[in-house]
Design a protein around this ligand. Sequence first.
Ligand SMILES: O=C([O-])CC(=O)C(=O)O
Ligand SMILES: [Mg+2]
Length: 618
Amino acid sequence: MESTLKEMRGGESVLDLSPKATVGGGVEDVYGEDCATEEQLVTPWTYSVASGYSLLRDPHHNKGLAFTEKERDSHYLLGLLPPAVVTQQLQEKKLMDNLRKYQVPLQKYMAMMELQERNERLFYKLLIDNVEELLPIVYTPTVGEACQKYGSIFRRPQGLYISLKEKGKVLDVLKNWPERNIQVIVVTDGERILGLGDLGCQGMGIPVGKLSLYTALGGVRPSACLPVTIDVGTNNEQLLKDEFYIGLRQRRATGQEYADLLHEFMSAVKQNYGEKVLIQFEDFANHNAFTLLAEYGTTHLVFNDDIQGTASVVLAGVVAALKLIGGTLADHKFLFLGAGEAGTGIAELIALEMSKQTEIPVEETRKKIWLVDSKGLIVNSRKESLQHFKKPWAHDHEPVKDLLGAVKAIKPTVLIGSSGVGRTFTKEIIETVASFNEKPLIMALSNPTSQSECTAEEAYTWSQGRAIFASGSPFDPFEYNGKVFVPGQANNAYIFPGFGLGLVISGAIRVHDDMLLAASEALAKQVSDENYNKGLIYPPFSNIRKISANIAANVAAKAYELGVATRLPRPANLVKYAESCMYSPVYRSYRMDRRHWCLTIPFSLLLHNQQRKIANEI
Ligand SMILES: O=C([O-])CC(=O)C(=O)O
Ligand SMILES: [Mg+2]
């Protein structure tokens, strides 16, 4: 009985004893049952959806004008819609026409959020079919501005808010979420949103945006995704004074109080969803990001996107770029501006890959990699005062106070910006790097666009068209001396959706560095000669579902190899399996059929009785 209740909730049921509509089977039904959780394997073979007015208000099932005459008749919709019946394609065309009329990206963002709340399938259809155009709207850079203004643009809450007020009740808060079969959680505490700093509770835009990409780019069902914001206060004075601020109006809790709330959250997640739910940490400040990953990496399925996802995507770009700049990984010398989550995470994964390729110990390969932070080059004489995650990067060298000095002293072949501070790759710095490299690899990773270390135009112009350039936020193609250069987007969006899908389909219970290398390798392999000819070191996002399936397959294969996969037996063809598991946003047809109706009613009654029983127990 208990399982029936779970299944019906997982099956998006509503408690309604009026005649039920059933949803015809489709690929994603198979996904829900075959690829989701064990419990779902026994899901009743009919889903119930709301009818009438509530069906039009239910974003999971609403199709608007695309409801057919038959569906309108059988689902009590007659008169509730104007007479025209249109296809999903026509709806898509109209929405794209409307979106393109907005001049301001934030208006497009708000229109997309409204669509997500009104008609989820159409939202994902639009996003998947127009990914290159819409990614910068629902994701970086526009999502950054949306977070900054979240208090004013806030309409309906999305995701789950867990604040200090809920201390001791976090499990109850999780139970308030309507979906039961959660596979991926993205959680932030809002302290370091992109390169924009502490945005407190308004950071919610990030987990919401990342999870939209989990579905659109990685094919994880929307109902299996849970965005969470942990609100422990904010140190952002402007927000604390803002009358429209939506979060706790207090300074950030730290130390034991912070650790206790996080611990309660992590325990409640495991208790409520089991050990196969992926918890992705996003945009935590350095001091907490490393601690949380170390603390929960051995007990939970956790992944830090800023440390590990960014590392994997940048390693893929560097490996792909070798075709253009020549040499092996170990032939290159790397210099980073920024020694936080992204910088040290990328550095470590590059050192690890170098070590695997050369069989030289990682302690040695690290010496090819240099990092600069706000106090200058990280060198041995600074070791005592360095934060623990910077210590492995302290090499023998005399002190150097800034990036320009470090560029001159180290003479890197690869320059990577991960400091969160915009416009720090100056003309002099790029000209200096270009003076001793035929083809310097320059990666300006900080987000959003305002925080990028340099623009695409600057990188190409100041290197006289010789730089291989990629950036965290998107830049338009740029023409220099008659040649069009297309900058690649070195953004973890290439990695996390496929990476997460790989964990989900294999039922992995732990993340391992080798899986990050596997994801990276799969991504680098997707770059074609046509891409290279344009100076690209990443494949276009328009192929992202295929890329994600390949990443997922490589990650899942590694999970099986490492013995951390629980979904047995291992599917023979993991790429095909990953593809077959992906959510499709195409509308499902709803039918009314006596056979189903008869079967649906008893389930509903059982559910109804079960709910009543629970209510009595409470
Ligand atoms: O969200 C993005 O675009 C990439 C990312 O994780 C960050 O900058 O923190
Ligand atoms: Mg991030």
